[in-house]
Design a binder for this molecule. Structure first.
Ligand code: NDP
Length: 307
């Protein structure tokens, strides 16, 4: 049977299907010459030196839509296909973004703590919050998930703005300048890929433009936001709130972010439901099995679509 190198965790269902077609090898016990397939995830990807050490590698199947931790251009150059799991997680990640947005407006964590601590019973009502209705929402990265976020927010009657490198055929106002969009927005939702082109694209200027009543929601990659600048902005009141699913050095989260009352912090769980991870896992395995059968894949990364 062909040998599959496993990087990162997979579910029992994925393992059961894979074991029928592959011999699964772990990172601490494999022969580089024999590995023709790799399964990995968005966080772990594959290190360039590991990819370079596998002369017979044909396919890297990513369990996630973001593949910034895989050098897909180099893979394509070497004739290695990279696959990912687009679309099946759009709605779930959109739910996560909306959940963070609502938690920042309606102070979900603060008010939950108010009840748990006994402060309510002791006689105090918490201060009023701000409504999430009728806000101007700037979406940084209006792709598959960005559009799902816009759709899912519709009941809150937002005005949607967006920033991408190329204008899309959508009924929302386009900004070619992110800082200008942040100035006009109440909320900035980040949902671009990671990697060099978006590294620290949300910098101190963008956060300042968002302003003291502004909310930053990041469900993209930690690298997209300058985290040191974010902490300063939140500490000084330059920015109002931040709802974050991703961090620069995951799973390490700066103590400063944990100490702030105006943050909502999630452990990179944008797609982490049984249903959606099930669909992602199925697609990750389907790509591998189909390639084994006829050399084609279902969902190649765009860099590898020509292979
Ligand atoms: P898409 O490729 O469909 O959309 C990406 C969007 O980002 C496009 O609109 C693209 O437009 C824009 N974009 C890309 N580069 C830049 C740039 N340098 N500046 C501005 N805009 C840019 O991807 P998906 O919507 O499917 O996924 C987006 C990302 O979400 C993933 O790559 C992943 O990083 C993240 N994600 C996070 C999850 C989580 O658990 N928190 C789960 C799933 C995904 P254009 O090319 O015109 O610039």
């Amino acid at each position: 049977m062909p040998e599959l190198l496993q990087i990162g965790g997979i579910t029992a269902t994925m393992r059961d299907r894979l074991e029928q077609a592959f011999t699964i090898r772990q990172l601490d016990d494999f022969d580089p010459q024999k590995i023709s397939y790799v399964i990995t995830n968005g966080a772990d990807g594959i290190k360039p030196e590991l990819m370079a050490s596998l002369p017979n590698l044909k396919l890297i199947s990513g369990y996630g839509v973001g593949y910034d931790a895989v050098d897909a251009e180099e893979a394509a150059r070497r004739g290695i296909i990279v696959t990912h799991t687009p679309n099946v997680l759009n709605k779930e990640v959109a739910t996560t973004a909306v959940m963070l947005l609502l938690a920042c407006y309606r102070e979900l964590l603060r008010d939950d703590a108010h009840v748990r601590s006994g402060a309510w019973e002791a006689g105090g009502n918490p201060p009023l919050t701000r409504t999430a209705d009728n806000q101007t929402v700037g979406i940084l990265g209006l792709g598959r998930i960005g559009q799902a976020i816009a759709d899912k927010l519709a009941p809150w009657n937002p005005t949607i703005l967006y920033h991408t490198r190329t204008r899309k055929d959508v009924p929302y106002r386009y900004y070619d300048d992110l800082t200008a969009m942040a100035r006009d927005a109440d909320v900035l939702i980040c949902i671009t890929p990671g990697g060099p082109s978006t590294h620290h694209i949300v910098n101190a200027n963008v956060l300042e433009a968002l302003g003291p009543q502004g909310r930053l929601i990041n469900v993209s990659r930690g690298s997209v936001v300058d985290e040191a600048a974010l902490i300063t902005a939140l500490e000084t009141g330059t920015l109002g709130w931040a709802g974050l699913d991703v961090f620069e050095d995951e799973p390490r989260v700066p103590q400063a972010l944990r100490d702030l009352p105006n943050t909502v912090l999630l452990p990179h769980v944008g797609s982490a439901t049984v249903e959606t991870r099930g669909a992602m896992g199925a697609l990750t395995v389907d790509n591998l099995l189909q390639h084994l059968q006829d050399g084609t894949v279902l969902t190649p990364a765009p860099e590898c679509a020509h292979l």
